[in-house]
Write a protein that binds this ligand. Structure first.
Ligand SMILES: Cc1ncc(COP(=O)(O)O)c(C=O)c1O
Length: 287
């Protein structure tokens, strides 16, 4: 069965689903997005993703395309029509369609809503997690509002391509003080040399990862020590373990930075356990 997309009130076969050429998301990146992991056909971390979507839209003065309750029904129907159990749901809201002009259309136009679903082979992701992944570092060159989940992702695209070209999985942006900000599509963590978990605080210019937030709950529930404080690539190399979090990567062990190994270049016990605990919690609380 083929994939089905939702575009502005209609379901359409993926290959036939289209947006208007003057959609402001297409022309000006005037749009935000969200990505939910799907477990057993259900949306993981629903509250966190809805709250961040509303916040991103609010920061840009774009209206929610419909109520949260109505949107939940549409998201579920899109998942159902795609018959995906394990996967990802992508949602994008743009300011809408208007004659091209940088300033907001006045009067405002209806926001445009696109939803797609893709299947994920959990066996492949679990094998990747069992082996661990490499990251490369790259200078932070993004705008000052990385807290907004905007579709303007060109620096992230180039960073991810740099990683792929180097045979790595993810790129870590490094700010002018030498600290890792976050990954191109994930948040960054270490288990430092003293065994304490560390991830950058969200007062910095990073995305407030929903997986990061849920994992902090898991970590605190386990009574583990965690500090929301930045680290450098050198500290990551000297750490016991490192990992990344995100709706796509879940909790994914990192075993090298710029080609140099962390420890014995193997996933560590903390990241491995946190991956299992996070997935258990996300499965149990998905809607
Ligand atoms: C830049 C960036 N940071 C962090 C994340 C992780 O966020 P989440 O856990 O909400 O998926 C993402 C996810 O796509 C991202 O693009």
């Amino acid at each position: 069965m083929g994939r089905i997309a939702y575009v502005n009130g209609r379901f359409a076969p993926h290959g036939e689903a289209v947006v208007h050429i003057e959609d402001r998301g297409y022309q000006l990146s005037d749009a935000v997005y969200e990505v939910w992991a799907l477990f057993g056909g259900k949306l993981a971390d629903p509250e966190g993703h809805f709250a961040r979507l509303e916040r991103s839209l609010g920061e840009l003065s774009i209206a929610m395309p419909m109520s949260r309750a109505a949107l939940t029904l549409v998201l579920r129907e899109t998942v159902r029509r795609n018959r995906v159990r394990e996967g990802l749901l992508y949602l994008q809201v743009s300011r809408g369609v208007a004659r091209r002009d940088h300033a907001f259309p006045n009067p405002p136009v209806r926001p445009a809503l696109v939803i797609t679903v893709s299947a994920v082979d959990r066996a492949v992701s679990d094998a990747r997690a069992a082996k661990g992944v490499g990251v490369v570092t790259t200078p932070e060159n993004r705008w000052g509002r990385c807290d907004i989940k905007s579709v303007a992702l060109l620096p992230n695209v180039l960073a991810k391509q740099k990683a792929r070209a180097a045979g790595a999985y993810e790129a870590w942006f490094v700010d002018e003080l030498g600290f890792v900000t976050e990954g191109a599509s994930s948040n960054a963590w270490i288990v430092d040399a003293d065994g304490r978990l560390r991830t950058r605080d969200t007062n910095a210019n990073i995305l407030r990862g929903v997986t990061r937030h849920s994992l902090l709950d898991v970590i605190r529930g386990e009574g583990l020590e965690v500090e929301e404080r930045p680290f450098t690539p050198a500290e990551a190399l000297a750490a016991r373990e490192a990992f990344i979090t995100g709706a796509g990567s879940l909790v994914l062990p990192v075993v090298s930075v710029d080609g140099r190994p962390i420890g014995e270049r193997k996933p560590g016990p903390v990241a491995t356990r946190l991956r299992r605990l996070y997935i258990e919690q996300a499965r149990a609380t998905a809607i």
